[in-house]
Ligand binder design. Structure first.
Ligand code: GLU
Length: 292
């Protein structure tokens, strides 16, 4: 692993391979990335505070296979969780030093603003409205909004333009909810709940004819419920995933950006992807980081 200036790798802290199921203690599984010993962060920075504490609190989704799915012990598994472990490791914090907090789409900004979490890594689209209240490192992945329908597509929904007169489930506070408004016949055709997994039962029962959000979230739900659902496969937006952090904490934002860039350059990004979301999805070229 390439070392950043100011860090010394601690070989002994290099940890178990991601996804290892034979984990015997109750501690959170470690990341496949090496935990680094922090030599010096400038006093007063968020990095110095977190490194000194040896702890970090990260908000993520708990019900999204491939990105953040609670393994039953309150420890999320997936690409977002691995990105969280990557950032923590660069601060010298092992996975066991991460407190995971479930964030749903609607509470990500307030959780950051209130200091309930240090980072949000939660299929979280970077956009200008959100940048008014939080800052974003990244993007570290680019998704696109799509539709999930029943297996066999009984209502013949081939694209977002086929939603007239149909009901669609999505999540409050998401870009998905905002984006879908122009495609439905009436606002009441949008059924908004708190998590995407809560949209599956209405789709099963026919209360809605589609679920809409990012293609990769839908792919995870389809994979988790084999034979029940299919992704339409006609993405109609761009959803660059960022790491949310406190507004104008520029030093921290740049540190996280450097961490992502290093991971893209040295192959760690690919490894983390392939061990998680890449089990179902193709490995893409990571998007260019926007250091605005
Ligand atoms: N990426 C979109 C967003 O941040 C939709 C997925 C989600 O709600 O997490 O709003």
């Amino acid at each position: 692993m390439r070392l950043s200036k100011g860090f010394v790798a601690v070989a002994a802290a290099a940890v178990t391979v991601l996804g290892l199921s034979a984990c015997t203690d109750s501690a959170a599984p470690e990341s496949s990335v090496d935990v680094e010993e922090v030599a010096d962060f400038q006093d007063g920075t968020t990095m110095a505070r977190l490194a000194e504490a040896g702890e970090i609190t990260i908000g993520t989704k708990f019900d999204q296979p491939l990105f953040g799915l609670d393994d039953g012990s309150g420890t999320p598994q997936g690409f977002d969780a691995e990105i969280g472990k990557l950032v923590a490791a660069k601060l010298g914090i092992p996975a066991s030093g991460i407190t995971w907090v479930e964030t749903v789409s609607a509470n990500r900004e307030p959780f950051i603003q209130n200091g309930d979490v240090d980072l949000v890594i939660a299929t979280y689209t970077i956009n200008d409205a959100r940048k008014e209240v939080v800052s974003f490192a990244g993007p570290y992945y680019q998704a696109g909004q799509d539709l999930l329908v029943l297996e066999g597509n009984p209502d013949g929904i081939e694209s977002v333009d086929d939603l007239a007169g149909k009901k669609v489930c999505t999540v409050s506070g998401s870009t998905s909810e905002a984006n879908i408004a122009e495609y439905v016949s009436a606002p009441t055709d949008i059924i908004a709940t708190d998590t995407y997994s809560n949209c599956l039962e209405p789709l099963r029962t026919g209360a809605v004819q589609a679920v809409t959000t990012d293609n990769v979230i839908l792919a995870g739900l389809a994979d988790q419920n084999e034979g029940e659902f299919e992704v339409v496969g006609a993405p109609f937006t761009e959803e660059p995933y960022g790491i949310g952090l406190a507004l104008d904490d520029t030093d921290f934002r740049m540190f996280v950006n450097d961490t992502l860039q290093d991971a893209e350059d040295d192959g760690t990004w690919d490894e983390l992807w392939e061990a998680t979301a890449g089990k179902v999805l193709e490995t893409p070229e990571p998007p260019a980081i926007d250091r605005y």
